[in-house]
Each structure stands twice: as structure tokens, then as C-alpha cells.
Design a protein around this ligand. Structure first.
Ligand SMILES: NC(=O)N[C@@H](CC(=O)O)C(=O)O
Ligand SMILES: [Zn+2]
Ligand SMILES: [Zn+2]
Length: 336
């Protein structure tokens, strides 16, 4: 059995910088047509110059493959409308992080005070710049996303013309919120469609499956599967592929992030096939994102075949992927 996916898009991707960028950029650019690049570098990407210089480094690192890096800025509540007008054409979205909630988010926002956020959010709304959000409170780790839903609702109500993307959703509560507000959208990762907390911590601890938000309960995963496999028009694939060097993962104080970029399409094909939903993969991994963001990525056809693919144990002796050393049922036979 063979399927062809046109213009696969990854709408939430960490490419990092320096040596790690050199390792991971070609792994995404080989099979994806484009990706939304997260701005949580050290220091975060907060200026027009930083966006454009980072974009040039990505263009170099992606090698010969056709691939569009859609850039983002790290949200700051003091961005002025003049600044946003200047930077608007260089970015596709702005990413908001609550301060300290995840990797490299220390410079994020420390409260959701409407007064404080409204001038930047109104300017984004006027200029048509979407807002991507890592939606977690500082509460108990399993409850952080569900507790954040009222903040999503407050934002959706107060800024009805602002497109708000709930990034890497993990709960049934977030899935339910999608249909209550026209301007709420979501990305879903590969790993949250596959795993629950049991896979992370139910047996021997699996550091390579540890990420923020933490994987939740079976009923949460079922809710995510329903909208992803069902091609819900407001959900997009966003891998949240978040590489960390092996020694930062296999360590006390394990860094949060699952590295999935090189195996994402193969594992998605396996999942959609298993659930008899292969015909909906195109919407989830490309068409919905094109429509929601209004983008036309470079054309790329990726042919996948149902035959065994052995996932590498490690890339460049540095970064360990999800399913390392295991077999997947689908492989990429051609991309270009
Ligand atoms: N998802 C993660 O666990 N980590 C991401 C940050 C993020 O997307 O929250 C990272 O940059 O490592
Ligand atoms: Zn995040
Ligand atoms: Zn992320």
C-alpha cells in the first residue's frame, strides 16, 4: 500500500541553533514542505533582525531540500503597533509563553492581565498576526492545561478577530474549547496521539517521552485522536519536535521535549492507517494549516509505503528520536 501526501506542514517545530540546528534542520526539510519555527532560543527571538538572521541560518542548515521556515517572534507585551507593522511580513505568528513554564520561556509573560496585554494583542488583531500560545498555568502538572482554558476563553472573547492557536493540546477540555469560539484553533503533536502518562512514568521512567505539557489520561488521548483522525477543520499537525542533547535528557533534571521530526510522517501514517483514517491525513498534516494560516508552501510530494522502517537509535551521536531502535510500519520512499 502506498499513499502520497502533498506539501506536509509542521506547524510547531523547534530547530534550535548552532550544532543542533545543523543536525535537525535537514531532517525536517527532507520530508516537510514548511514549518512554523518556534522562537524560544537563548536569548529569545524578539527583534526583526533576530528573526531574519535566524531565518538565514535555517535556510543554510536545511541543505538542498525545498522547505519554507515560517518564522515567529517571542511575545512581549511591550511590542508597539509600529514595531509589529515593520516585522509583520517577516513572521507568520507570535508565540506567547507563560514565564518559566517550559524550556527557555523565562522571558515570557508573568500574568494574564488584559490591561497589560491589550495594546499588543489589539495591534496583532488589526494587523492579522495570529497568536500561538503555550497554554499552561503554574498549577499541579496534570491540571495545568485544563486550568488555562478560561484564559484562552478570555482571550478569544476579548479579541474576536485575533486567531488564537492553542499549541500542543493534550486534554479533552482543550478539544471541547475548540468548538466554542470561532477564533480558537489547535495544534496536536504526534506523541500526544500515541502516549499517555503511563508510557512516560508507568513503568521504568522514559526520559525521551518527557515533555511539556506532560502526556495525560487515556480519555484525553481519545479526544485528541477523535479530532485529528476525524480531520476536524480547526486542528493542525504541529510536531513540537523539541531536540535536546542526549546527556540533557538522560540526566537528573531531564529536559522537557520529545524529538519526532524525522519519524513524524511515518508514525502518523501508521496511526491513521491503524484507525482506518488514511484519507484524512492530508487535511491534518497540510490542508487545515494552509487554510487556517492562509499560506501556500512550496510544492512537495511525499510518498509513503507500508513496509518496515527501523528508526535510528540516535542522530549524529547526539539526539535520540521517539521510537528509537523500534520498527514502524510505514516508510518514506520519495520526497520532493
Ligand atoms: N515541549 C517541550 O517539552 N519543550 C519545548 C518547549 C515547548 O514547546 O513547550 C522545548 O523547546 O524544548
Ligand atoms: Zn510549549
Ligand atoms: Zn514547542
Amino acid at each position: 500500500m502506498v499513499i502520497t501526501i502533498s506539501d506536509p506542514l509542521d506547524m510547531h517545530l523547534h530547530l534550535r541553533d548552532g550544532d543542533m540546528l545543523e543536525i535537525v534542520a535537514p531532517l525536517s526539510s527532507k520530508t516537510f514542505s514548511g514549518a512554523l519555527i518556534m522562537p524560544n532560543l537563548v536569548p529569545p527571538v524578539t527583534t526583526k533582525e533576530a528573526v531574519n538572521e535566524y531565518k538565514i541560518r535555517i535556510e543554510k542548515a536545511k541543505k538542498e531540500h525545498t522547505f519554507t521556515p515560517y518564522m515567529t517572534l517571542f511575545f512581549r507585551s511591550d511590542y508597539t503597533k509600529e514595531f509589529l507593522e515593520e516585522v509583520k511580513d517577516d513572521i507568520l505568528a507570535i508565540k506567547l509563553y507563560p514565564a518559566g513554564i517550559t524550556t527557555n520561556s523565562e522571558g515570557g509573560v508573568s500574568g494574564f492581565d488584559l490591561e497589560e496585554l491589550s495594546s499588543t494583542l489589539n495591534a496583532m488583531s488589526d494587523l492579522g498576526i495570529p497568536l500561538c500560545v503555550h497554554g499552561e498555568t503554574g498549577g499541579f502538572v496534570m491540571d495545568r492545561e485544563a486550568e488555562f482554558i478560561p484564559i484562552y476563553e478570555m482571550l478569544a472573547k476579548n479579541f474576536p478577530n485575533l486567531k488564537i492557536i492553542m499549541e500542543h493540546i493534550t486534554t479533552k477540555e482543550a478539544v471541547a474549547a475548540l468548538d466554542r469560539y470561532d477564533n480558537l484553533y489547535a495544534t496536536i503533536t504526534l506523541h500526544h496521539l500515541y502516549i499517555t502518562l503511563d508510557d512516560v512514568a508507568g513503568g521504568l521512567l522514559q526520559p525521551h517521552l518527557f515533555c511539556k505539557p506532560i502526556a495525560k489520561r487515556p480519555e484525553d488521548r481519545t479526544a485528541l485522536l477523535n479530532v485529528a483522525l476525524g480531520a476536524h477543520p480547526k486542528v493542525m499537525f504541529g510536531s513540537d519536535s523539541a531536540p535536546h542533547p542526549r546527556n540533557s535528557k538522560e540526566a537528573p533534571g531531564c529536559a522537557a521535549g520529545v524529538f519526532t521530526a524525522p519519524i513524524a510522517l511515518q508514525a502518523l501514517a501508521q496511526l491513521f492507517d491503524k484507525h482506518g483514517a488514511l484519507e484524512n491525513l492530508q487535511s491534518f498534516v497540510s490542508d487545515n494549516a494552509k487554510r487556517i494560516y492562509g499560506i501556500t508552501p512550496p510544492s512537495k510530494e511525499v510518498v509513503l509505503e507500508k513496509s518496515e522502517y527501523l528508526v535510528p537509535e540516535i542522530y549524529e551521536n547526539s539526539v535520540v528520536p521517539m521510537f528509537a531502535g523500534q520498527s514502524l510500519e510505514w516508510r518514506v520512499v520519495r520526497a520532493g
